[in-house]
Design a protein around this ligand. Structure first.
Ligand SMILES: Nc1ncnc2c1ncn2[C@@H]1O[C@H](COP(=O)(O)OP(=O)(O)O)[C@@H](O)[C@H]1O
Ligand SMILES: [Mg+2]
Length: 237
């Protein structure tokens, strides 16, 4: 479970202080699939990176599976990330000197573990990249790189998946393939997913949609609620 309380984040650029998150409160239940939507620049990526322990907040608390991550050292957060968290970065962040195969198995090896070739093949096949194992990131299209990043985020079977616009560079068919894949992991492994997207089609896969605006949560709706359809239409425009 993810529990966020009074989260703020300011960036300092030169003498200017830019408040990006202005008091975010959010609870995500274990096994829930939440989609965060909102305008560009509203702080969605910042929030996701804080949830993943990649950065520290200016104030506020984040608890993951019952333990606070805000007070943890960078090393402790790295270890937590390797075990519990899968992250799909908006800009993929593949390691340029590693092949597709090596990029995908990287989180497992970094944790000192091994992974079977069969597991890797299953994931490669799920993201439709069989035959691309030996390529380097600069030999792939944006969409292919995004799919490598997705496979890498899932290889260590994280309990929490944080996905930043995971279908941002994919066409509709590939988007729905990837969203089906994430939904299956969500259902079969009871995987908690927090996904950022500006695509209403993607948002439709989630159990709950959270509208983020100007550094705070402005509205949210669960799939089973009466005004779900109204909410979707209102923000589709
Ligand atoms: N490292 C940083 N230093 C300074 N400003 C940043 C940094 N990262 C993000 N910002 C600013 O924070 C705001 C929110 O960014 P971001 O979280 O990427 O929004 P979103 O993902 O919703 O588009 C933007 O105005 C952006 O310019
Ligand atoms: Mg972003």
């Amino acid at each position: 479970m993810i529990n966020v309380k009074g989260l703020t984040k300011e960036y300092k650029t030169g003498k200017e202080v830019v408040p990006v998150l202005k008091g975010v409160n959010l609870t995500v239940e274990e096994g829930e699939f939440v989609c965060i939507i909102g305008p560009s620049g509203s702080g969605k990526t910042t929030l996701l990176h804080l949830l993943g322990g990649l950065d520290t907040p200016t104030s506020g608390e984040i608890q993951l599976n019952g333990s606070g991550i805000t007070s943890k050292s960078e090393k402790e957060r790295t270890i937590l990330r390797r075990k519990e968290i899968g992250l799909i970065f908006q800009n993929y962040q593949l390691l340029p000197t590693l092949t597709v195969y090596e990029n995908i198995v990287f989180p497992v090896h970094a944790d000192g573990k091994k992974v079977s070739a069969e597991t890797v093949q299953e994931l490669l096949s799920a993201v439709d990249l069989v035959g691309f194992e030996k390529r380097f990131p600069n030999e792939l299209s944006g969409g292919q790189q995004q799919r490598v990043a997705i496979a890498r985020s899932l290889i260590h079977k994280p309990s929490i998946l944080l996905a930043d616009e995971p279908t941002g560079n994919l066409d509709r068919q590939r988007s729905s393939d990837i969203l089906d894949l994430l939904s299956n992991f969500h259902r079969e492994r009871n995987q908690t997913i927090v996904m950022v997207s500006h695509d209403m089609f993607a948002a439709g896969y989630a159990d709950r949609i959270v509208l983020f605006k100007d550094g705070v949560i402005e509205a949210q709706v669960k799939r089973e609620e009466d005004d779900y359809a109204k909410f979707l239409t209102r923000f589709m425009a």
